[in-house]
Design a protein around this ligand. Structure first.
Ligand code: GRF
Length: 209
């Protein structure tokens, strides 16, 4: 099986990006990281990808006056990397429908809640405000909706009565760093089959999920 070409889009801290790069470095993923695109020239993610010797491009949202122009430039830059898989890792922009159509079922995202609960921004704060006893994280395929695509993996964490958004986010992040590389690993082995809204994990005759 040829190695999948993995492209990571990140706008900020880049800890999920790093968890994927580490798993690739350790040979856990049948893929190669071909590049990182950041929408923010000051993102700490850029320094982290340099430490892993991964080429990066910046498509700075601030240098485009319209969302459409930004999306166009982003798509052109993405196509230059010829990715098989695009991982959104703290990428703070909603992808346009042309982009999603071109890479359908090849874009995945991590979200810090148990979807479909608490999509969008500040998911940990939303969970606290709602008063749920458990929250977690979700890796999902990206479709045109806001955090609505087919779910690949989820992990659950408890919400403690003395939690604030930071402490809950930290507990969830530990799980993010575990399940995101695992979802990438499964994708690169062609073990994820999408049937309607469900993602079946097909491990050569042995079916999970
Ligand atoms: C993570 O909590 C992720 O779930 C969300 O944005 C945050 C990004 O963190 N989509 P990092 O940049 O990966 O450290």
């Amino acid at each position: 099986m040829t190695k999948k070409r993995i492209l990571i889009l990140a706008s900020g801290r880049g800890s999920n990006m790093e968890s994927i790069l580490k798993a690739i470095d350790q040979g856990q993923i049948a893929g190669e990281a071909v590049g990182v695109i950041s929408s923010n020239p000051d993102a700490p993610a850029i320094e982290k990808c340099c430490q892993h010797n991964i080429p990066y491009s910046v498509v700075d949202r601030k240098s485009f006056s319209t969302k459409a122009d930004f999306q166009k430039a982003l798509l052109v830059t993405v196509q230059g990397f010829r990715p098989d898989l695009i991982c959104l890792a703290g990428f703070m922009h909603i992808l346009g429908s042309e982009f999603i159509g071109k890479y359908r079922n090849r874009i995945i995202n991590i979200h810090p809640s148990l979807l479909p609960s608490f999509p969008g921004l500040n998911a940990q704060e939303q969970a606290l405000q709602y008063g749920v006893r458990f929250s977690g994280c979700t890796v999902h395929f990206v479709d045109e909706g806001m955090d609505t695509g087919p779910i690949i993996l989820q992990a659950v964490v408890p919400v403690h009565s003395d939690d604030d958004a930071q402490s809950l986010a930290a507990r969830i992040l530990v799980e993010e760093h575990r399940i995101y590389p695992e979802a990438v690993r499964l994708f690169c082995l062609d073990q994820l089959k999408i049937i309607g809204r469900r993602v079946i994990i097909d491990q050569g005759g042995k079916v999970n999920g």
